[in-house]
Design a protein around this ligand. Structure first.
Ligand code: AHN
Ligand code: ZN
Length: 328
């Protein structure tokens, strides 16, 4: 039974760190590409534009559900998707945090070619954590984070993808989803995270909505960040994960998309996996493993954001869409 497996495995590997865990002889062996030259795919993606999108979100202030900054940013995200030609669906829900706090949440989705039945869902969480509770200075533990990497980076890349799709003559069914209330969780309770994604999967805002695959971007803007093969992604969506990593290679980003196994991370993608939808998480790993050092600290600000990293992820996504979905 799938769900039970996930719980057991999450316990077995100790939860969320992206330290190297659960390596097998197979997963640890180096992946070697043969001598055939890889076909280069031309894509456009403006990394500076993605960076500006990250900056703009941070400029609203912390996007904590229930605050005016959050509401204002949500309105802007919706308008931005519309401006880029998407058909926008907004799902509002009053969710309940682990501590009983009511969270007015908005899942915001922009759809391209809504009539296509094969759909690729690209998603990122847009809310930010209300507490910098991983900060080395305890005085910061009750302050909110800017969420430049943890929140704004994935959304920034996907807004730039939307901007590119607006101009593209493409026929694939693509949905861009900004999920809310991911980061209001507490350590030790896996169910306290990803509230917006869980609500979306359990109450799809479009009747019978079921994407063929889902790709989550989380913390994709850190200078020096590397992306490993996250454990649940590799276990439950190995083909999708390999395709996206191959797209990274085609786009010239082999060194950032590592073939090392990553840790098991409780994140929005798991909600899709639990529903039987292949889903992967592109999420930062720093050094030998672990989240970036500024994760859930007041240091998660623009100083750590690199247009180069955003560009590598954005070009990888665009290459995946073009090469694997065979769009024109
Ligand atoms: C946990 O902290 C349990 N999971 C990490 C998911 C996350 C939080 N991604 C960004 N912030
Ligand atoms: Zn977080």
């Amino acid at each position: 039974m799938k769900i039970l497996n996930i719980v057991v495995l999450a316990l077995a590997v100790g939860g969320m760190s992206c330290a190297k865990t659960g390596a097998t002889a197979d997963s640890a062996s180096a992946v070697t590409l043969d001598a055939e030259p890889l076909q280069k795919v031309e894509v456009s993606f403006d990394a500076d534009s993605a960076y500006a999108y990250v900056e703009r979100q941070v400029g609203f202030g912390p996007r904590v559900p229930g605050t005016e900054s959050h509401a204002a940013c949500g309105r802007w995200l919706e308008a931005e998707l519309r401006r880029h030609g998407a058909e926008v669906v907004v799902q509002e829900a009053l969710l309940k945090a682990f501590d009983g706090t009511p969270l007015p949440a908005r899942n915001i989705m922009g759809r391209y070619n809504p009539g296509a039945s094969d759909r690729t869902l690209l998603l990122a969480h847009w809310d930010t954590r209300p507490w910098a509770d991983n900060d080395p200075d305890a005085a910061n533990h009750r302050k909110p984070v800017d969420g430049a990497d943890d929140g704004a980076s994935g959304v920034g890349v996907l807004l730039e993808v939307a901007r590119q799709l607006a101009d593209a003559d493409q026929s694939a069914g693509i949905d861009i989803l900004f999920v809310d209330a991911e980061d209001y969780g507490t350590e030790g309770s896996d169910d306290s995270w990803a509230l917006g994604a869980r609500h979306f999967v359990q109450n799809p805002p479009i009747d019978g909505y079921r994407p063929s695959r889902a790709i989550l971007l989380d913390m994709v803007g850190g200078a020096g960040s590397v992306f490993r093969r996250e454990y649940f992604s590799d276990r439950y969506a190995p083909a999708l994960l390999s395709d996206v990593w191959e797209a990274a290679s085609l786009a010239g980003h082999d060194s950032r998309f590592s073939h090392e196994p990553g840790g098991a991370i409780t994140d929005d993608h798991l909600e899709f996996i639990k529903a039987g939808i292949p889903a992967i998480d592109i999420i930062a790993c720093h050094g030998a493993g672990g989240f970036p050092p500024y994760w859930h600290t007041v240091g998660d600000n623009m100083d750590n954001i690199s247009a180069e990293t955003l560009g590598a992820v954005g070009r990888t996504v665009m290459t995946y869409l073009k090469h694997f979905l065979k769009q024109t």
